[in-house]
Design a binder for this molecule. Sequence first.
Ligand SMILES: *Cc1c(COP(=O)(O)O)cnc(C)c1O
Length: 343
Amino acid sequence: MYDFYSDAKSKPTTEMRRVVLDCVVGDEQKDEDPTTSELCSRVAELLGKEATVFLPSGTMCNEIAIKVHTSPGDEVICEQSCHLINFESGGPSAISGVMIRALHGENGIFTADQVRASIRLDSRYMPRSALLCAEQTANMGGGAIWPLEQLDEVAGVAKEAGLTTHLDGARLLNAAIKTGTSAARYAQNYDSAWIDFTKGLGAPIGAVLAGSREFIAEAWRLKQRLGGAMRQSGIVASMCLYALDNHVARLANDHELASSLGRDIANLPRVDKVLPVQTNIVIFDLADDAPTAAELVDRLQAEGVLVGAFGARRIRVVTHLDVNPEAGEALMWGLSKYLGAPR
Ligand SMILES: *Cc1c(COP(=O)(O)O)cnc(C)c1O
């Protein structure tokens, strides 16, 4: 099986599994796990923040950050296609009791003017605008990279109006590797930010949330409350450290493969439109005479290739360390069979 469904599908490599044998462990919730502590310091430095906390998933990073930054009834400004609206089981509402103000951006990216127009007046009738969230890269925008100035600008507008800012950095390192701008620089004007070790970096579990000392102290309290506090978490943190050392620079390979797949897919007759490919995600729409997205997913699966349907006619393909150019050829062979020979 060639699995292009998500970069979360990669399996830990043999070398990554080996580091577990020698890692030093202790009770994480008492700050006694040296391997987790090392991972936390490394990510604090990488993201340019005072403190960090190790969490089981990126979803928990988003949900805890929202809870720390808001009070029930507050409003969170974010883009309509973002993860925290669409793929977190209604967490912002269920856990934090917040309202969502969804902006319609371009490929997941919105403008400072849109933020300005969405910030509430100070009125007893209205929810309080409390938090601005941005996603770097924008997943459903086809892995689009926020230009640094625009990412700074939307944060600036929010901060001027007294909002806090949060950066969903599930694929922040993809942006950093592609542009050469550091992850810390992208996160600079964001009160909290995180990276995911299971998206493209190849680890089996783990994400690290970063922010000020006070922010992380509150995040820790919520981690404990939600049952996210761990014991000998060095077992997984060691694999995350391995990923930081060995799987970051290679994200460039994923970008190269995605870019070549994007070009080839754009040449298939029954493809309507391919979103601009900037990192490791290719999102494309099927023409009216093509099978539906769900049908195509089933047919490709029968050929040993997995892709994702995200909409009736929308397909997502993601590259990562378990798919190589040979897998790309299998994907293109399957796609041509159902979407016509390349023009
Ligand atoms: C996958 C993803 C998340 C959630 O991360 P998990 O580790 O799967 O919980 C959040 N935001 C974005 C943009 C993602 O792609």
